[in-house]
Design a binder for this molecule. Structure first.
Ligand SMILES: O=C(O)CCC(=O)C(=O)O
Ligand SMILES: [Fe+2]
Length: 510
């Protein structure tokens, strides 16, 4: 894609856009100040000329017979009008400045606009938020920002129509009309074509009521009475506007029982039962390193088979800031492997930015490997580079396996384990969710989530399917350490029996 920045994919990207707007805001303020001065001057000129004309209208011939008046008339047309033009032309200087800004500053592209709308809808759906709440800037009952205006809602409704998300279109346009009626601020700067198009779209969707309301706002001054009737007659109503099946928000996987389970786990509606949690413990580990007796690691079981654990208080604030700073300049849009294991593809089931860092780029990174070794006993030689990721607006990673299904080079083997270092806390959403295990791990800054992806037989464990729930509020940072199976033969020996069959049924669930 030509969209190289993809601002929608991370919060750090959006900070760049905020800076752009800051600059433009200063420009615009300056423009308003200057224009106001111009207007004041021009108004003075207008009243000066008007006075002359009033005087002249009393007796034109007499007026022009005065040589001073004659001189002034000719002087005004000769000199003054040029000055007025110069003043008026200053607008062009402003347009030139904005043009320059467009070339020099960062601007979003259509894809950013599209994806940020999708993110809102994804959040709305995953966390079952109502449209009035979202439009009021409320997330799960907490108000974080200002309301969306009626024009904000209208634009979003238009975007959704183009995505063929017709039910959502109606709800957002209805919200727009509701806000329009409550709002005293009916006249907002706004692309002219949008109202007409939205009105037509509502007619297409069979919502004549809302269409009529919007029509009434349109060109209130010179409205032709019959035009709405004409519009209703000439606009074709869609056959099955309620059939949302085919739109981009409703791919078949999103309707599967597995995905619905995942969403419930993300919302915290499905959790482990007390019986399932009975054997889970919290304990200290110190066996794998000589000094660990003094400062043992605190480990919390989340699941025993397969093993999923959290290691608490691993990274210091300083280490976290260092890791983020090292990664920031290198963040690019996250990709996923094609099913054949080659190529890196962009998909909207994984929206984040990431960077790969060699461990020797800082002692803190080497320390991360050492900590995982000290806690698990694993040999960290065959670990991939550290992957640091930042999730933006509605950023997420749908359920997937971390192990590969294709053949890997003998020398390293498959990803035996995953360690996710949480580099931020998250206000809402953004859990790491294991639908089959009914676990949603809330990111806790400085902690590590660890699990084995493979059975002892080294077959992939399908129960480890997991995802990153959409971030509802916050900027989520993680660092992944993926360790491969080679050199773990004595640390995590094969069981005598083939233990992988237990997870096979989970593979077929789609
Ligand atoms: O961000 C998360 O919580 C999970 C990330 C993940 O599963 C991955 O990067 O493979
Ligand atoms: Fe993963």
């Amino acid at each position: 894609s030509s969209n190289t920045n993809e601002y929608f994919t991370s919060v750090t990207g959006l900070e760049t856009l905020m800076k752009t707007e800051q600059t433009l805001l200063i420009d615009l303020k300056q423009y308003v100040i200057e224009t106001r001065q111009q207007i004041n001057l021009l108004e003075k000129e207008i009243s000066k000329i008007s006075k002359e004309h009033d005087l002249a209208s009393e007796n034109l011939e007499n007026y022009l017979a005065n040589p001073v008046n004659a001189y002034k008339l000719i002087k005004r047309l000769m000199i003054d009008w040029e000055v007025y033009e110069e003043h008026i032309a200053k607008v062009i200087d402003f347009l030139k400045l904005i043009d320059e800004r467009r070339n020099n500053l960062s601007f979003p592209e259509l894809e950013d606009f599209h994806e940020s709308a999708l993110a809102l809808i994804r959040l709305q759906k995953t966390y079952q938020l109502t449209v009035p709440d979202v439009a009021a800037g409320k997330l799960n009952g907490i108000k974080y920002g200002y309301d969306m205006t009626w024009t904000d809602c209208l634009v979003l409704g238009q975007q959704l129509f183009h995505m063929k998300a017709y039910n959502q279109t109606k709800i957002w346009l209805q919200e727009s009309v509701k806000r329009l009626q409550q709002d005293n601020d009916r006249f907002q700067l706004f692309p002219a074509g949008f109202l007409q198009e939205s009105t037509e779209n509502l007619i297409r969707l069979g919502d004549m009521d809302t269409a009529l309301h919007l029509y009434n706002v349109m060109e209130t001054n010179h409205k032709e009475e019959n035009k709405i009737k004409e519009m209703m007659q000439s606009t074709e109503i869609l056959e099955e506007p309620d059939n949302d099946d085919e739109n981009i928000l409703q791919i078949p996987y999103h309707k599967s029982a597995e995905f619905e389970l995942y969403e419930k786990v993300c919302r915290g509606e499905v959790t482990q039962t007390p019986k399932e949690q009975r054997d889970l413990r919290c304990y200290y580990v110190y066996e794998n390193c000589p000094f660990c007796r003094l400062a043992p690691f605190k480990v919390e079981d989340l699941n025993l088979d397969p093993e999923v654990k959290v290691f608490h208080n691993i990274l210091s604030e300083k280490a976290i800031e260092t890791i983020k700073a090292l990664a920031s300049p290198h963040l690019i849009r996250s990709t996923v492997f094609g099913s054949d294991g080659v190529g890196a593809e962009k998909h909207n089931y994984r929206i984040s930015k990431n960077a790969w860092l060699p461990y020797d780029s800082h002692s803190y990174l080497i320390g991360m490997l050492r900590d995982i070794h000290d806690i698990t006993g694993l040999d960290m030689t065959y670990s991939e580079q550290l992957q640091v990721a930042n999730y933006g607006l509605g950023g997420h990673y749908e359920p997937h396996f971390d192990f590969f299904k294709h053949q890997l080079p003998e020398e390293v083997g498959n990803r035996i384990s995953t360690a996710i270092f949480y580099l931020s806390d998250i206000e809402q959403g953004g859990a790491t969710a294991f639908p089959f295990l009914k676990i949603a791990v809330k990111p806790l800054k400085g902690s590590v989530l660890f699990w084995y992806n493979l059975h002892r037989s080294l077959h992939g464990d399908y129960r480890t399917k997991h995802g990153a729930c959409p971030v509802l509020k916050g900027s989520k940072w993680i660092a992944n350490v993926w360790t491969h199976e080679r050199r773990q033969e004595f640390i995590r020996p094969c069981a005598l029996h083939q233990d992988h069959e237990i997870s096979l049924p989970y593979h077929t669930i789609k």
